[in-house]
Design a protein around this ligand. Structure first.
Ligand code: NOJ
Length: 559
């Protein structure tokens, strides 16, 4: 059953990381041809929308999040014609296609930046953030302020041609666009947004959406780390004027293209009312936002130091972000993985009970409200990279930055092993063939050796596999759409630290979800009126209150 809500609320979105999905031409890098070949797999999972991480022309310093031309496709992935074919193929399969919108910055190789950096008086001189820097009493010049880039080091870089600094909140090769310049704005609207919407795509995932407007006058960030000149938390997220800008996007562009899926990357949000300013319906900005409290529990995206956390804290975080839209006109979404974080089975599950815990996490995901996002490989329980991989295999710009600034210590290695972005970027494991069936060439990134055991082909034919469990879970989600996608979420008391029980309810039914996040058995008294068991990840349930390690159950009571 589906609701009368906009399509994107009921969507199950499958995120594709193009370099690592499937190589269609044997050059070792995934491509659009490979994505075409993989669509049936995605459909058979029960996902109906794909989100492509960037496929635009790019020098690939940050894997395509550094765009040198919004209107061209990276030749590694194919051509514009290939993209047209992919868009039509998705639509003819009744699937939607969403692209990544990266407009906080461009590549330093984008024609706009090349012109902007060429002199102080060219027509695009003001399209990026330029600054003379600070001059001290001795006439010595230094960076304009103490802001630290998300990838480490100063957020300012000296440009010899202009003899000025430019701002880059990410790598040196990703200069930030100056959104105060109205010509730059219009150019982004045409090149990055309208160009693709006119081709018929169904929406955008909006990269790093809260930081497009910088604090006026570039004030120093408060000093929270006295051991460093550069400081991380400069208050550059959620500037009051950023909300006006996103409203302008809506008024000028989004509203002209019908029901688009618009999901913003919200970064860090402590105050839920701020999240609602982005994703309530009446605010007219975006449909929903990714916030990282749950998926990044214990650490902050891009900063890597991981602190201990507990299952009750994890459950509370899920509940908070499930409930924050209840009684409002906002919408939420659910995800545990993407291309920026470690694999969920290694963050929240168990290697000892790999299959059971991967299925438990599938149960959690499939029963949470909001639009559901599944990252490639999650559906087969792909894991983090092996612990014996040396640092040279961690090829991401952010991992390398952290490794340097953390002093190359064993603790830094342990953090990378858990949450480095490389963990989720290894090539997709399609079969037990060489390179996991990902390519016939030399893979751009090392394939996780466990492809021999963990791969699509092996799981496809096995009814007890993680993949087939995901398929069942997503089918159930569709069948009881009102309670799982749109229902209210309430955590129930449990007597065990590691047992999470919650209720989902709609007008006509109540579902109870019981999850044992532990390598141990647990005894738990379950609520009365629990209804019928409709999903379970174990062969047989012995006693109602006895939970096996990593056991997951879903009950439904229809009124
Ligand atoms: C968020 C993206 O998800 C990440 O991969 C990228 O490095 C930064 N934004 C910069 O675009």
């Amino acid at each position: 059953m589906t609701s009368n809500e906009p399509w994107w609320k009921d969507a199950v979105v499958y995120q594709i990381y193009p370099s690592s999905f499937l190589d269609g031409n044997g050059d070792g890098t995934g491509d659009i041809k490979g994505i075409m070949q993989g669509l049936e797999h995605i459909k058979s999972l029960g996902a109906d929308t794909i989100w492509l991480s960037p496929v635009y022309e790019s020098p690939m310093v940050d894997m395509g999040y550094d765009i040198s031309n919004y209107e061209k496709i990276n030749p590694l992935y194919g051509t514009l014609e290939d993209m047209d074919t992919l868009i039509s193929a998705c639509h003819s399969k009744q699937m939607k296609i969403v692209m990544d919108l990266i407009i906080n910055h461009t590549s330093d190789k984008h024609a706009w930046f090349l012109e902007s950096q060429s002199s102080r008086d060219n027509p695009k001189a003001d399209w990026y953030h330029w600054h003379d820097g600070r001059i001290d009493a001795n006439g010595k010049r230094s960076v304009p302020n103490n802001w630290e880039s998300y990838f480490g080091g100063s957020a300012w870089e000296w440009c010899p041609t202009r003899e000025q600094y430019y701002l880059h909140m990410y790598s040196v090769q990703q200069p930030d666009i100056n959104w105060d310049n109205l010509d730059a704005r219009e150019a982004v609207y045409n090149s990055a947004m309208r160009f693709w919407l006119d081709k018929g795509i169904d929406g955008f995932r909006i990269d790093t959406m809260p930081i497009y407007i910088k604090p006026r006058g570039y004030p120093d960030a408060p000093i929270k780390n006295p051991d460093s000149y550069t400081q991380r938390d400069g208050g550059w997220e959620h500037h009051p004027e950023v909300f006006d800008l996103h409203r302008e996007f809506y008024d000028k562009i989004w509203s002209k293209y019908g029901e688009l899926l618009l999901v913003g990357e919200l970064l860090n949000i402590d105050d839920k009312s701020v999240a609602l300013k982005y994703c309530s319906k009446s605010a007219k900005r975006v449909g929903m936002g990714f916030q990282f409290d749950t998926a990044c529990i214990g650490y902050e995206l891009d900063w890597y130091e991981v602190d201990p956390w507990t299952i009750p804290q994890f459950a509370k975080s899920i509940a908070d972000w499930q409930q924050f839209v209840e009684g409002t006109d906002g919408w939420t979404c659910q995800f545990l993985e993407n291309h920026d974080i470690g694999r969920s089975v290694d963050r929240f599950g168990s290697r000892k009970y790999w299959a059971e815990s991967a299925k438990l996490l599938a149960t959690l995901e499939a029963t949470c409200s909001g639009t559901l996002f599944v990252f490639q490989g999650q559906e087969i329980g792909m894991t983090n990279v092996p612990k014996d991989w040396p640092i040279e295999e961690y090829i991401d710009v952010s991992s390398q930055g952290y490794w340097e600034r953390a002093g190359k210590t064993p603790e830094a290695m342990a953090n990378l092993q858990l949450v480095a972005r490389d963990n989720s970027r290894t090539p997709m494991q399609w079969s037990g063939d060489v390179h996991g069936g990902f390519t016939t060439g030399r893979p751009w990134m090392r394939v996780n050796e466990n492809y021999v055991d963990i791969n699509v082909k092996k799981q496809d034919g096995d009814q007890a596999s993680v993949l087939n469990y995901w398929r069942r879970a997503l089918k159930l989600r569709r069948e009881y759409n009102q309670v799982f996608v749109h229902g209210n979420f309430r955590l129930l008391e449990s007597s065990q630290e590691k047992v999470v029980i919650y209720r989902k309810s709609s007008n006509s039914s109540t579902a109870t979800v019981v999850l044992n996040f532990s390598d141990e058995e647990a005894l738990e008294e379950l609520p009365e009126d629990i209804g019928d068991l409709v999903l379970s990840n174990v062969d047989s349930i012995s006693t109602v209150g006895r939970l096996q390690p990593w056991e997951a159950r879903v009950y439904i009571n229809i009124r």
